[in-house]
Ligand binder design. Sequence first.
Ligand SMILES: *Cc1c(COP(=O)(O)O)cnc(C)c1O
Length: 222
Amino acid sequence: MSVRENLLRVRGEIPEGVELVAVSKFHPAEMIEEAYEAGQRCFGESRVQELVEKVKALPSDIRWHFIGHLQTNKVKQLIGKVALIESVDSEKLLNLIDAESRKTGVVTRVLMQVHVAMEETKFGFYPEELLEYFREKKFESLTNTHICGVMGMASNTDDLDRVRGDFHKIATIYRSIANDPSLGLRGFDMLSMGMSGDWQIAVEEGANIVRIGSAIFGARQY
Ligand SMILES: *Cc1c(COP(=O)(O)O)cnc(C)c1O
């Protein structure tokens, strides 16, 4: 199957109102072009250097989402180049994104990554930490960053009940923030969860952004 065929099939399966991020990390620009030709405009990358090079090489109307762990010393390179940083996993990183965005004179849109999976290696705020961040209204100190919602991943397991449980937890955290009028949040309406192997479950649990790589581009060569 070609990238085009995969993309059209996946897009045909995803319900309306759910945004597809085509995760193109580790794949060459030519494959992104193929998806672009088939109408895809939103792509996800997980490494800063790779993203910066692809931004230079590919059409300017692509909306890039950064979805990987972002090291603080690389924040500067991303600012102004991405439509959304989905993987904000610490307050320190968020404040740095804000400071760099202010210097550059742009507003950066971000999602807060929440950690519910059983793997210890996954990054993100623990649920209680994230809820506290909002409860204490720490976001009010941000001047050039717009927090648009929450991103999360399920445990890497064949146990689909566990996967559903993880997505349910993430969605519950998201909704408890989004539906709290006392926070006075505006434009907090994005819930990014689900990858090639589990996006259907994520959508059933309320995701409105899915991040799909291998089902479109095939296996990655690391
Ligand atoms: C790589 C990656 C994906 C895509 O994974 P696939 O299984 O290839 O669909 C989604 N989200 C994040 C955060 C990733 O790093």
